[in-house]
Design a protein around this ligand. Structure first.
Ligand code: GUN
Ligand code: ZN
Length: 641
């Protein structure tokens, strides 16, 4: 029902299939008010929405609506054949303190009226309440969740994570909800955080919930309907959103953009070219009758939301979601604050970060230094085996660095670039994404300098001697300054390079097993290593676009000398033959894998007796491929003959 197609950060783009109807994720459900709807459902459908959300409690409480829904079903009532999700009355519970229906009753009702996705009657606990209340509310929500999960039903059901602003309670809630087999995992109780621009707290709430929710179900972030938050929440792994904001804001004359909200009276220009804004000037809109103005504003607002959701999906596809989030973070300091919170969750986020992407890494300011891709790079530097050498540090320059400097590393010298974005880049691995595929600025921030100093000082400890180019004096490096680069010019070093690439990409010791004694073949056009042979046998190719080492079957055999389950994806007996024939490995057949596998990494496919079947590219991280029941885990490359 839920299948990931593309990943970026912890974000996912894919398809959620509900009763044969497909929602493109991340997906935004426009909220429909069954009593007073500014935008006709037909207009919403024409904009391209094939799923909407409405409130079953409002329908339940209104005798006429209720009868109509029970007789003809929710789709007929709304005049909509797409996916209909309904909320349960929890929001009314939050607003008014009580509702006149039980959880069991409203869940039954949602199913009876033919809803596609229903929601339990969870208790939205506001932020900052006392711990005891938050815990008590949560226990009640979990009791209701257990009860609802047992009811037999046709509809899909969402269970909601509550727990106020307590990280421990959010985790407990998420573990509890995840254990109950819901079709959708929702994160609730965040409306006040949205309203008060407490995006840093929102980030923590999402991160703690996601930590225990697992990967296999779509995650709905309730009540986060403003586009300023879509990129951010998607980056953290939220897949579904609902927006009432488009209509509520229109009612108060507010104009939504992905950079923030404007009051219509304050607008001199309409900074948008949607059908509303193309046909009206700001002045015309202001002069309209209230009802028509509200209608047009709602339409513009919803289009703005939709555009941002599409932008997010495109960013996930191309791998620029971090860049988009960093842009959005400049829209309001509260968003910047939220971005800075992510630094503390780098390890959690790194596990889900793909190792290579379609688009380059763009530095957008000091926050970029806290991205998981940078933390990963620094961690992996320590995987490169390099003993007894002297470290040579050169300033950043045009890429590829080794071509600019006409240098390679040698047995004696380990040549590195002092990088303002990655701290230090050994020449051996420079082609690996994102080390070549990044753009920085030439004028350094103070934070970059401090960062470079820290990374270099730590790395330099591994070497017997350090030489640094005189232009790097500002880094306060302990070592010997030099002017003349040519003194470090040596021939060879190709085995060192290959081994460093394998260590860095596939983990400690991979270079030794894959490339000991290797000889390289160079591209005549670029002068770069294309293929590597050991004893005359081709063991790997080096992908030109992102420097990824792609092992052949012979290479894979060598990698299997690494201790189980290193580099491996293990398929179940029933899928063994398919994998052997070079077919995709589906996640549901993955029985075990190297826990260090990251999306887009090259892997070895084996059966349960560790016999080599094929090689391929992991499309999911280790945790995801173990949990998912749908979708491709490994895209095949070579099969064993
Ligand atoms: N709508 C906005 N917040 C919430 C929430 O916490 N739970 C539910 N069910 N709906 C919501
Ligand atoms: Zn517009």
């Amino acid at each position: 029902m839920f299948e990931i197609k593309y990943k970026d950060g912890a974000g996912r783009a894919g398809v959620f299939e509900v009763h044969g109807k497909k929602l493109e994720m991340p997906y935004l459900f426009p909220v429909i008010n069954p009593k007073r709807q500014v935008l006709d459902v037909k207009e919403i459908e024409e904009l391209g929405f094939n799923g909407i959300i409405t409130n079953s409690y409002i329908i339940y409480r209104d005798p006429a609506l209720r009868q109509s829904a029970l007789e003809g079903g929710i789709h007929a009532l709304l005049g909509f054949n797409g996916v209909v999700m309904t909320d349960s009355g929890s929001f009314q519970l939050y607003q008014y303190g009580s509702v006149e229906v039980s959880s069991r009753e409203i869940v039954r009702f949602q199913d009876e009226i033919g809803v596609d996705i229903g929601v339990i009657l969870d208790i939205p606990t506001p932020p900052d309440v006392g711990y005891e209340r938050a815990e008590r509310d949560l226990e009640e929500t979990l009791t209701r969740a257990k009860e609802a999960a047992r009811l037999s039903r046709k509809m899909l059901l969402a269970g909601t994570v509550q727990g106020s602003t307590y990280a421990g309670l959010r985790e407990r809630a998420a573990s509890g909800i995840a254990a109950l087999g819901f079709d959708v995992h929702a994160i609730g109780g965040v409306v006040p955080l949205m309203e008060e621009y407490r995006f840093a707290d929102l980030a923590r709430v999402i991160l703690h919930a996601k930590l225990k929710l697992g990967h296999a179900k779509p995650v709905h972030l309730f009540g986060a309907g403003h586009p300023v938050i879509f990129a951010f929440a998607s980056l953290l792994g939220c897949d579904l959103f609902d927006s009432a904001a488009y209509a509520l804001y229109a009612r108060d004359g507010r104009y939504i953009t992905a950079r923030g909200t404007y009051k219509l009276e304050e607008l001199h220009e309409l900074p948008c070219s949607c059908e509303v804004c193309a046909e009206h000037s700001a002045r015309e809109l202001k002069g309209l009758e209230a009802e028509e103005r509200e209608h047009l504003l709602a339409k513009h607002n919803l289009i703005s939301c939709l555009e941002e959701i599409k932008r997010v999906r495109q960013a996930i596809y191309e791998g620029s979601l971090w860049e988009l989030v960093e842009q959005r973070a400049r829209a309001h300091p509260a968003l910047l604050e939220a971005l800075r919170v992510l630094k503390g969750y780098s390890a959690q986020l790194e596990r889900l970060e793909p190792v290579t992407k379609r688009s380059a890494f763009f530095y957008s300011g000091m926050e970029s230094l806290s991205r998981p891709a940078v933390a990963r790079h620094i961690e992996r530097l320590s995987w490169i085996e390099r003993r007894g050498a002297e470290l040579v540090l050169l300033p950043d320059c045009e890429k590829p660095y080794s071509r600019t400097y006409r240098l390679t590393s040698s047995e004696r010298y380990h040549v590195c670039i002092a990088s303002p974005v990655f701290g230090i880049i050994p020449l051996e691995i420079e082609e690996t994404y994102p080390l070549t595929q990044h753009e920085g600025v030439a004028t350094l921030d103070r934070e970059q300098i401090a960062f470079m100093r820290r990374v270099i000082a730590e790395y330099a400890q591994r070497f017997t001697k350090v030489h640094y180019h005189t232009s790097l004096g500002f880094l306060g490096i302990e070592g010997e300054a030099f002017d003349e680069v040519s003194q470090f010019r040596f021939e060879g070093g190709e085995e060192l390079k290959l081994r460093a690439l394998a260590d860095y990409q596939l983990g400690r010791g991979a270079g030794e097993v894959l490339f000991a004694g290797a000889k390289a073949e160079y591209s005549r056009r670029t002068g770069r290593i294309r293929r590597a042979f050991v004893d005359g046998e081709l063991v790997a190719t080096l992908r030109a676009s992102d420097g990824i080492v792609v092992p052949t079957i012979a290479g894979a055999e060598r990698l299997l000398r690494l201790r189980y389950p290193r580099c491996r994806v293990v398929v179940a007996e029933e899928a063994r033959q398919f994998a052997k024939e070079g077919k995709s490995v589906f996640a549901k057949f993955v029985v075990d894998c190297d826990p260090e596998i990251r999306a887009m990494q090259e892997v070895v496919v084996v059966d349960e007796s560790d016999e080599l079947l094929a090689t391929g590219t992991a499309l999911l991280s280790a945790g995801e491929m173990l949990e998912f029941e749908r979708g491709v885990a490994v895209k095949p490359r070579h099969r064993r003959r």
